[in-house]
Design a protein around this ligand. Structure first.
Ligand code: SF4
Ligand code: SF4
Length: 390
């Protein structure tokens, strides 16, 4: 028997965290007399900010090390898993962890009766608004927390690592057991009992917050899987067609590459209060992915399917409360916000404030701290345009 665990994380902000979890699963299982191995593979650069990546851990109770390696070590991806861990709940909207595989449901590899384990502040029903449906029974388990995003190659020490180990022990004790998790953490950190306590707390939480999901629950998956050419179909001197040049004012008016939409790499999206905008052009000039589309009234619409959620526009906008970064799981689609604003300014401002008040983030200027969740100020329609400079 082999227990297969995949750890879905966002490169590069969660790479160190996912690696620590993968290797600790193996060490803890080994101390329980089990055999394990961990690895991480990707066909896309994990350094690309926000890109969904995976680490794996394989645990067996009855195979020798070489046999486990032979069974689990020579594949790019797993066919199915017993446990899928999700370190950023916005990946429930879909992930493209391998180049050219298309946007896939986060639970694609979850097998019959297995568990999708998500660190999230959202409840099961809210997550199921995005997760793909299956034809068999599976389980959805959650434990409370924000996506633990750190700076480059840094682990943010906010106990997500310890809590995830405890959560895994609750989701499937055949992988690791909670007593072994506590013993390991206490031995490693003799003066820091709060680490093992955090693992136990997450363990209890997952036992309480595991829900059986029936066939058909979740959403019907809309993203298409790309059909790649077979090797026989390649010709000598093949050329990749260039993106057609074009520009017109209005939503999606700037021509972009339809094959390279990076929208699923974001954890937050910018919400714009167009009524506060002074048309200074800075967001349009500074967005590294050229996501702002000029409109005929001098405002700038956002192409969310291309936005990577870097937060630069929110940082650079000189008007207080005009651009705010908000939890991506609050949005059902990538529709043009400017079109909604033009339709009904008041309704749009109310909608924007509601979204902002529920899950706004800031990026502190200290590497390794990651995101901070802050309370904001509600500004009425056409309210005072204060300066956002801190
Ligand atoms: S967050 Fe703003 S600056 Fe960053 S990619 Fe999205 S629209 Fe552009
Ligand atoms: S940076 Fe802010 S004020 Fe300037 S154009 Fe963009 S949204 Fe408007």
């Amino acid at each position: 028997m082999i227990k297969r665990v995949e750890i879905n994380y966002r490169g590069i902000f969660q790479k160190s965290l996912a690696k620590k979890i993968g290797s600790d699963i193996v060490i803890i299982a080994s101390r329980m007399g089990r055999v394990g191995m961990s690895n991480g593979r990707y066909s896309d650069a994990p350094e690309r900010n926000g890109i969904p990546c995976k680490y794996f851990a394989f645990i067996t109770h009855d195979l020798a090390e070489e046999e486990l390696e032979a069974e689990a070590g020579a594949k790019l991806d797993i066919d199915e898993c017993d446990l899928s861990v999700v370190l950023d709940d916005t990946m429930c909207k879909g992930v493209e962890p391998w180049g050219w595989h298309g946007i896939r449901p986060i639970n694609e590899k979850v097998s019959n009766g297995s568990t999708l384990l998500v660190v999230s502040k959202h409840d099961h029903a809210e997550l199921l608004d995005f997760v793909g449906s299956k034809t068999f029974d599976w389980k959805l388990a959650t434990y409370d927390g924000e996506p633990s995003l750190a700076g480059l190659w840094v682990n943010k020490d906010d106990l997500t690592h310890e809590r995830t180990l405890g959560a895994i022990a609750a989701a499937d004790p055949d992988i690791i057991g909670i007593e072994a998790v506590e013993k390991y953490l206490n031995e490693k950190n003799p003066k820091e009992p709060h680490r093992a306590q955090a693992a136990r707390k997450a363990y209890d939480e997952v036992l309480e917050k595991t829900k059986a999901i029936k066939p058909g629950m979740g959403v019907k998956w809309q993203h298409q899987v790309p059909v790649l050419p077979k090797w026989k179909e390649f010709n000598e001197g093949s050329a990749v067609p260039a993106v057609k040049r074009g520009f017109k004012l209005g939503p999606l008016g700037q021509q972009r590459n339809p094959q390279f939409q990076r929208g699923t790499t974001k954890t937050q999206r910018p919400v714009v209060r167009f009524d506060l905008c002074t048309k200074c052009t800075l967001c349009w000039l500074e967005c590294p992915d050229e996501c702002f589309d000029p409109t005929d009234d001098g405002l700038y619409d956002i192409a969310y399917s291309y936005c990577v959620g870097c937060g630069k526009c929110a940082d650079i906008c000189p008007v207080k409360e005009c651009i705010v970064m908000v939890d991506e799981l609050q949005f059902e689609n990538d529709a043009s916000p400017w079109t909604a604003y033009k339709k009904d300014r008041g309704a749009y401002a109310d909608w924007a404030e509601k979204k902002k008040s529920k899950g706004r983030y800031i990026h502190p200027y200290i590497t390794g701290r990651g995101l901070e969740y802050v309370k904001g100020e509600v500004v009425p329609l056409d309210g005072k345009r204060g300066s956002s400079r801190r």
